[in-house]
Design a protein around this ligand. Structure first.
Ligand code: NDP
Length: 427
C-alpha cells in the first residue's frame, strides 16, 4: 500500500491528449468520414458480397455520382422503425422498476443517480421483438430489407441530435459538469455536458449508449438470424455461433450496466458526436457488421468447429477476479475543481497488476471469435475487430493521460509497479 499526497487534479475540461494539429486532423477526419463509411460498409456487406474490391471497382467506374446513387434516402418506413424503437426504449428506461444507484462522484462533486433497470429492459425488448415476429404482428426481415435507409436516417437524425446536445450544453445544461472548450468543433465533437438529462430522470447518455446503441446490437443480431432463416429455411451454424457470442456479450453488458456507469464513456467522456453519434449510428452498423455479412454468407462450420469457436468465445468473457487473494492497492487522493480532497483505490493485483488495461484483451478476443465464423474469404467482416483494437489502444493512452493528471504521483507509483498499458512486455 502506498500513501503519498496528491498534487494534481484532472477535473478540468477536455484536455488535448495529442498535439493540436493531430487533434484537429483526427476530429475533422472522423466527422467527415464516419458517416459515408457506415453506408459503404452496409453497401459492401449487403450488395457486394463483403468484397472491398468490388465496391472499389464500382466507385472507380461510377465516380461520385455512383456513390450518391448507392446512398439510400431515409424513407418513411425507416423513420417509423427508428421512432417506434426509440420511443419504446425511452418508455422502458423511464417506467420499468429498478434499484436506485449512484454513479461515481463527478469532477465538480455531483453524484448522478440512476435507476438500474437495464436487465429488465433488455429482457422485455427481446421478448417483445421475438413475440411480435412469432405472432405475425411485425416481420423483422423488414428491418434488414430497409437497413440502408435506416442507417441513412440514423446518420442524419443523430447529427441533428448532436446539434441539439451542443445547443442544450450552451443554453440549458443539466448540471455543473458542463462547459465549453472555447472551440465550436471540439464542443460539437467531444460534447459539452457530462450528464445531460431531459427532466430529472431521462439520462441522455444512458439512453444513447445503453438503451439505443447496445440494445440495437442485440435486436439486429436477432434480426440477421431471422432474415437468414426466412431466406434459406434454416440458420447456419456460423450465424448461430456469431449470434450466441454477441448475445452473451450484450447480456453480460446489461447485467453489469450499473458498472458501466462508472466507466470512461459515462463518467469522463461528454455527450457529443464522439460518444452519442457513435452509439446511435456506429454501434448498430459497425458493431453488428459480422452478422450483417453472414446473412448472405451462411458458411457451414461443422459441429466440432462451431462448438470450439463458441467455447473459446465464451471463455474470453470470463470474470476478472483478484485471484483469490486479498487485493493490493494504492490509496490515491486527488483534488476536485471545488478544492475538495477525495480518495480512490488503485488496484495493483489481479488483472490490474498484470497490465493497466489488461481487460481490453478479452474484449478484443471476443470480437475475433464472433467474427471468425465468417471465415477468411473477405477482410471486411474483421473491420470491427481491427477498429476495436485501435480504439482500445488509443483509449488506454487517453485513460492513462487522464489518470496521470488526476492522481499525479500515485499514478506514477502505479506505473512503476505495473509498467505496461495493455500487453505486458509489448505495450
Ligand atoms: P475501465 O473500466 O478500466 O475504467 C478506467 C477507469 O478505472 C480509470 O479512468 C480510473 O477511473 C479507474 N482505474 C484505472 N486503473 C485503476 C486501478 N488500477 N484500480 C482502480 N481503478 C482504476 O475502462 P473502460 O471504461 O475503458 O472500459 C470498461 C469496459 O468497457 C472494458 O471491459 C472495455 O473493454 C469495454 N469497452 C468496450 C468498448 C467497445 O466499443 N466494445 C469501448 C470501450 C470500452 P477513476 O478516475 O474513477 O479512478
Amino acid at each position: 500500500m502506498v500513501a503519498v499526497k496528491a498534487e494534481t487534479e484532472s477535473t478540468k475540461k477536455k484536455e488535448l491528449v495529442h498535439s493540436p494539429i493531430l487533434t484537429y486532423f483526427s476530429v475533422i477526419t472522423l466527422l467527415s468520414t464516419c458517416p459515408p463509411f457506415v453506408i459503404l460498409l452496409w453497401y459492401t456487406m449487403v450488395h457486394q458480397d463483403g468484397s472491398i474490391l468490388n465496391t472499389f471497382n464500382y466507385l472507380k467506374e461510377h465516380g461520385i455520382e455512383g456513390f450518391v446513387n448507392l446512398w439510400p434516402k431515409p424513407t418513411a418506413v425507416a423513420w417509423k422503425i427508428i421512432a417506434c424503437y426509440a420511443l419504446f426504449e425511452a418508455a422502458l428506461l423511464l417506467w420499468l422498476p429498478g434499484k436506485t444507484v449512484e454513479g461515481p462522484i463527478s469532477p465538480t462533486g455531483n453524484k448522478p443517480v440512476y435507476k438500474a433497470n437495464g436487465v429488465l429492459a433488455y429482457a422485455v425488448t427481446l421478448v417483445t421483438y421475438i413475440s411480435l415476429w412469432w405472432f405475425g404482428i411485425f416481420n423483422p426481415t423488414v428491418v434488414y430489407d430497409h437497413l440502408g435507409e435506416i442507417y441513412s436516417a440514423l446518420i442524419f437524425g443523430s447529427l441533428i441530435f448532436c446539434v441539439f446536445l451542443y445547443i442544450k450544453g450552451h443554453l440549458a445544461p443539466s448540471s455543473t459538469d458542463s462547459g465549453s472548450s472555447g472551440n465550436i468543433i471540439f464542443d460539437f465533437y467531444w460534447g459539452m455536458e457530462l450528464y445531460p438529462r431531459i427532466g430529472k430522470n431521462f439520462d441522455i447518455k444512458v439512453f444513447t449508449n445503453c438503451r439505443f446503441g447496445m440494445m440495437s446490437w442485440a435486436v439486429l443480431a436477432v434480426t440477421y438470424c431471422i432474415k437468414q432463416y426466412k431466406t434459406n429455411g434454416k440458420v447456419a451454424d456460423s450465424m448461430l455461433v456469431n449470434t450466441v457470442l454477441m448475445l452473451v456479450y450484450i447480456t453480460k453488458f446489461f447485467w453489469w450496466e450499473a458498472g458501466y456507469w462508472n466507466t470512461m464513456d459515462i463518467a469522463h467522456d461528454r455527450a457529443g458526436f464522439y460518444i452519442c453519434w457513435g452509439c446511435l449510428v456506429w454501434v448498430p452498423s459497425i458493431y453488428t457488421s459480422p452478422g450483417m455479412y453472414l446473412v448472405n454468407h451462411p458458411a457451414n462450420l461443422g459441429t466440432q468447429l462451431a462448438i470450439a469457436i463458441l467455447i473459446a468465445g465464451i471463455l474470453t468473457n470470463g470474470k476478472s477476479l483478484v485471484w483469490g487473494k486479498a487485493p493490493s492497492k494504492i490509496v490515491a487522493s486527488y483534488t476536485t475543481t471545488k478544492g475538495e480532497t477525495k480518495t480512490s483505490l488503485l488496484l495493483t493485483s489481479g488483472w490490474w497488476g498484470f497490465s493497466r488495461h489488461f481487460h481490453y484483451v478479452p474484449e478484443i478476443m471476443a470480437a475475433f471469435f464472433w467474427t471468425v465464423p465468417a471465415l477468411f474469404d473477405n477482410f471486411l467482416p474483421y473491420f470491427y475487430f481491427v477498429f476495436l483494437t485501435i480504439l482500445l489502444f488509443d483509449r488506454a493512452k487517453r485513460d492513462d493521460d487522464r489518470c496521470r493528471s488526476k492522481y499525479g504521483k500515485y499514478w506514477k507509483t502505479y506505473c512503476t509497479k505495473v509498467p505496461y498499458r495493455i500487453v505486458p512486455g509489448i505495450y
